[in-house]
Design a protein around this ligand. Structure first.
Ligand code: 8YV
Length: 322
């Protein structure tokens, strides 16, 4: 009998076909009703699950008696209750590295859009407001040669630093759990305390994982330390920032602008951010390119296969169950 795999989000069509050729595949879909109820029912006799962007924990996995592996099509895994998976001996795999460069590209797209007011100026142009040469109201901030502060110098943070250093001659500061001597060598990056980084940076990019230590890392106090011309970029997870405090900082112009890809609650369907010209808001698309999403799906497929066919998945989050 074929093993059963539950696909719990949209997935690359080619990978879906390959899954269907090998396994009995069931897809969870919002059109079919409550997604958590579907996961609860379908996971009962599932061997594996694959997907992204859903909260999986005891409430929807409690009947998953046979479940061996959850293969996440993401690098972040804060949406999975890892201690519950460990306790239940369910392997979790993820897709690091393949999305690093693409996500760093998006961090720079946000940084540049927010600094140079790209979305609001585009609207302004299309609305026919370009009656005379753009004036101070339309002016942005210089990027080249400025100070870039990176919070969380993991793979993605380092790829952002590389872009800043080589592409834009930026002076790189970073705050991280541990000092990274290779960053000093590669991009003359200087390790600093968080407050120091916030005070000194013209651009602050946050690229940490969401965990107990990083939750609400940036609040009103931290935002107040930033300079009035500074730009804040978040490509990690919404909950690392107090969103209301950020909205206040943008409204009161105590910072110049923010470029955001992630939010406390997603999808973001109504928000005070939408009324703010100095907030550039994207719909969590850090890794969303044709090539990268394909690579992520491919790696997630390999991870699933490895686990179900008795191999050792290359990207296990909890090998040996934590
Ligand atoms: C995912 C991401 O695609 O990989 C991650 O951690 O944030 C994105 O690249 C997203 O989580 C899918 O919903």
């Amino acid at each position: 009998m074929k093993k059963k795999v539950v696909v719990f989000s949209q997935i690359d069509s080619e990978i879906l076909t390959r899954l269907q050729q090998r396994y009995h595949v069931v897809q969870v879909h919002p059109k079919l009703g409550d997604v958590n109820q579907q996961i609860l029912a379908q996971s009962q006799d599932a061997d594996g699950m694959i997907g992204a962007g859903r909260v999986l924990n005891e409430s929807n996995l409690k009947h998953a008696e046979k479940l061996k592996v959850i293969s996440s099509v993401s690098v972040g895994y804060d949406n999975y209750d890892l201690s519950y998976l460990n306790q239940r001996k369910i392997l979790l795999t993820h897709t690091p590295h393949v999305l690093t460069e693409t996500t760093a590209d998006l961090a720079f797209a946000l940084l540049m859009s927010a600094a140079r007011k790209v979305p609001s100026l585009e609207r302004w142009t299309k609305q026919g407001q370009w009656a005379r040469t753009a004036g101070p109201e339309q002016f942005g901030q210089d990027i080249f040669g400025k100070t870039l502060g990176i919070i969380g110098l993991g793979y993605i943070g380092a790829a952002v630093a590389r872009r800043g250093f080589y592409g834009f001659n930026m002076n790189v500061l970073y705050h991280n759990r541990r000092e990274k001597p290779e960053a000093a060598e590669q991009f003359k990056a200087q390790f600093c305390a968080l407050d120091d980084l916030l005070r000194r940076s013209d651009f602050v990019v946050i690229a940490v994982d969401l965990n107990a230590a990083s939750k609400s890392l940036i609040g009103a106090r931290e935002l107040e330390l930033m300079q009035a011309h500074a730009v804040f970029v978040n490509i990690s997870r919404g909950s690392v920032v107090d969103e209301q405090a950020l909205i206040e900082a943008l409204k009161n112009k105590t910072i110049f602008a923010a470029g955001l890809d992630v939010y406390e609650k997603e999808p973001l369907q109504a928000s005070e951010l939408f009324a703010l010209d100095n907030a550039v808001t994207l719909p969590h698309v850090g890794s969303a390119t044709v090539q990268t999403r394909r690579r992520m799906a491919e790696l997630a497929y390999q991870n699933l296969l490895d686990a179900l066919e008795g191999g050792a998945p290359r990207c296990a989050v909890n090998p040996g169950f934590g």
